[in-house]
Design a protein around this ligand. Structure first.
Ligand code: SAM
Length: 214
C-alpha cells in the first residue's frame, strides 16, 4: 500500500476508526490509572490512536516513515492548538534502519505502542530489540497487530505487500521473548470484517502486552 497516497483519507474509514477506538480502550485499561512521561507510537499513521491517549502521557512521539501520514498527523495536532502541539510530536525516523540519527535516547521511553504496523516490518525481532533499548527499565510495550492470516487474503489485493501475513500468538510471544521482553499476554482486541472473494471474512487483531524487565 502507498501510505503517502492513503494518508489524506485514512481517517475516513469507519471500521478503521472503530478499530482504533477499541485498541485505545484496551491500551488505556492496560496502562492503569497512572500517567507516564513519554510514549512512542510506532507506525503512527495519522496519529489517530495517540490522539485518543493524550491524557495518559506528558509527551507522545509519532514515529512513521510516511511523510504523508506524518503531515496528516501534524495537521490534526496543529488544529488542536499549541498546548497539544508541544506534547505530541511527529518524528520521521526509521527504527528499522541501522542509522540511529534522530532517535530518542536509549531508555528514555516509558511506553511503546503500535497498531497494525509491525507486520509491515521484515525483521520483527530486530525492531522489538530496538523497542527494548528505547524503553526504560520496567517500560511497557503494547503491540496491536493482525492475527495469523493463513491464506494471506487480508493483503491479497496488494501486490506490493512484502510483510508478514499476521502473527500467531505463540510467534509473537517467541519474538518478544527473543528481544528480551518478559512474558507477553496476547488477546483479541478487535475483529476486522472485509469483503473477500464475494463473501465476508473476519480478521482478528491481537494485542500483545509485554514489559521490559528492570
Ligand atoms: C497499516 S498502517 C497503520 C497506521 C496506524 N497505526 C493505524 O492503526 O491506523 C501502517 C503504518 O506503518 C508505517 N510504517 C511502515 N513501515 C514503517 C517503518 N519502518 N517505520 C515507521 N513506520 C512504518 C506506515 O507508513 C503506516 O503509516
Amino acid at each position: 500500500m502507498d501510505f503517502d497516497a492513503a494518508a489524506a483519507t485514512w481517517d475516513d474509514d469507519e471500521q478503521r476508526a472503530r478499530r482504533t477506538q477499541a485498541i485505545a480502550a484496551e491500551i488505556r485499561s492496560r496502562l492503569g490509572e497512572r500517567t507516564y512521561h513519554r510514549a512512542l507510537d510506532f507506525g503512527s499513521g495519522t496519529g489517530a490512536l495517540s490522539l485518543l491517549l493524550t491524557d495518559r502521557f506528558d509527551e507522545i512521539l509519532l514515529v512513521d516513515t510516511s511523510p504523508g501520514m506524518l503531515a496528516a498527523a501534524a495537521g490534526k495536532i496543529a488544529a488542536a492548538g499549541p498546548a497539544l502541539a508541544a506534547r505530541v510530536r511527529p518524528l520521521p525516523v526509521d527504527l528499522t534502519s541501522h542509522d540511529p540519527a534522530g532517535r530518542p535516547e536509549p531508555g528514555s521511553v516509558d511506553v511503546v505502542y503500535t497498531s497494525m504496523a509491525l507486520h509491515h516490518v521484515p525483521d520483527v525481532v530486530r525492531l522489538l530489540r530496538t523497542f527494548h533499548a528505547l524503553l526504560a527499565p520496567g517500560g511497557l510495550l503494547l503491540v496491536a497487530d493482525l492475527a495469523a492470516d493463513a491464506d494471506g487474503s487480508y493483503h491479497g489485493h496488494d501486490e506490493a505487500f512484502g510483510g508478514h501475513h499476521g502473527f500467531a500468538p505463540a510467534d509473537l510471544r517467541t519474538a518478544l521473548s527473543a528481544a528480551g521482553f518478559a512474558t507477553a499476554e496476547v488477546s483479541t482486541v478487535f475483529v476486522v470484517r472485509r469483503a473477500v472473494d464475494g463473501g465476508e471474512r473476519d480478521y482478528p487483531v491481537l494485542l500483545a502486552v509485554a514489559s521490559r524487565v528492570p
